[in-house]
Design a protein around this ligand. Structure first.
Ligand SMILES: C[S@@+](CC[C@H](N)C(=O)[O-])C[C@H]1O[C@@H](n2cnc3c(N)ncnc32)[C@H](O)[C@@H]1O
Length: 217
C-alpha cells in the first residue's frame, strides 16, 4: 500500500468556490442523482459539461508505465462515468482488456463507442465480478460518494476482485484551508477524512492498494 499521485498530469481546474457555494445546499440533491445535471448541467451542479478532450491521455500513460500494463492484462474502472480513462487506457495499451462500472445510467449511455460494450451499471460496494478478475482496479473520486459502511465494503470489493494492483483516489485535505475549500465546494461526497483518517480507514477495511487524494484548491 503506498501513497502515490498517479493523477499528477491531470489538468488542475480553476474553481470558482464562491459562486458554487451559493447553490451548494440546493444542488447537492440534484448532483447526487448522477444524471444529466451532474455531468452536463451547470458548473454549480457538477462538472458543468463533461466531454472527451484528451485530459486523461497522460494519466492513462502514467498508469500503464507505473503498473507495467501490457497486452492481455485486465483493468476495471469503478465509477468510470463516460469511460474516458478506459478509452485512453485501451488506446495506450494495445490488447488491454477493459471493464467499467458506474451507477449512472446517463453517463454509461454516453460512454465512448469502443468502451460502451465493456461497461455495466452497478455499485462499487457490490461488484459483479469473480474474485481476482483484474490485474488493476481503479476507483477515482468514486467511493467517497458512499456512506461509511458502504465505502468500507467498496474497498473490500476492490480488494476482492483484484489479483494484483489497486488504485483509489478520494477527496481529502492536508490543511485547514483545503478542508474549508472542500466543504464549500463538494456536492456528492459523504465519507471524507483528512489523509491520516483515510489511511486508518483503508487499513481497517483491509485495503492493501495504492491511493492518493483529490485536494480542493
Ligand atoms: C467525480 S465522478 C468521477 C468519474 C471518473 N472516475 C473521473 O475521475 O472522472 C464520480 C463517479 O462515481 C459514480 N458513482 C457514484 N456513486 C457510485 C457508486 N455507488 N458506484 C459506482 N459508481 C458511482 C458517478 O456516477 C460518477 O461517474
Amino acid at each position: 500500500m503506498s501513497e502515490i499521485n498517479l493523477l499528477d498530469t491531470y489538468p488542475r481546474s480553476k474553481r470558482n468556490i464562491k459562486q458554487r457555494e451559493l447553490g451548494v445546499p440546493r444542488e447537492r440533491e440534484v448532483a447526487k442523482r448522477f444524471g444529466v445535471e451532474y455531468f452536463d448541467g451547470d458548473r454549480t451542479q457538477g462538472y458543468g459539461g463533461y466531454r472527451y478532450d484528451g485530459r486523461w491521455v497522460p494519466v492513462a500513460m502514467r498508469f500503464r508505465d507505473f503498473y507495467g500494463l501490457h497486452e492481455g492484462d485486465a483493468v476495471l474502472d469503478v465509477g468510470c462515468a463516460k469511460g474516458f480513462l478506459l478509452h485512453d487506457l485501451f488506446q495506450s495499451v494495445p490488447g488491454l482488456r477493459i471493464a467499467g462500472l458506474d451507477v449512472s445510467e446517463y453517463a454509461l449511455k454516453l460512454a465512448m463507442d469502443d468502451v460502451r460494450p465493456r461497461v455495466i451499471r452497478g455499485t462499487a460496494d457490490a461488484l459483479p465480478f469473480a474474485d481476482h478478475s483484474f490485474d488493476l482496479v481503479i476507483a477515482i473520486n468514486t467511493i467517497h460518494n458512499l456512506d461509511h459502511e458502504r465505502c468500507r465494503r467498496a474497498l473490500q470489493e476492490i480488494e476482492r476482485v483484484s489479483r494484483r494492483h489497486k488504485y483509489v483516489q478520494v477527496d481529502s485535505w492536508f490543511n485547514d484551508e483545503q478542508r474549508e475549500n472542500f466543504e464549500r465546494w463538494q456536492l456528492t461526497a459523504v465519507t471524507y477524512f483528512d489523509t491520516a483518517g483515510w489511511r486508518h480507514f483503508f487499513t481497517d477495511a483491509g485495503y492493501s492498494g495504492d491511493f492518493y487524494w483529490t485536494i480542493t484548491e
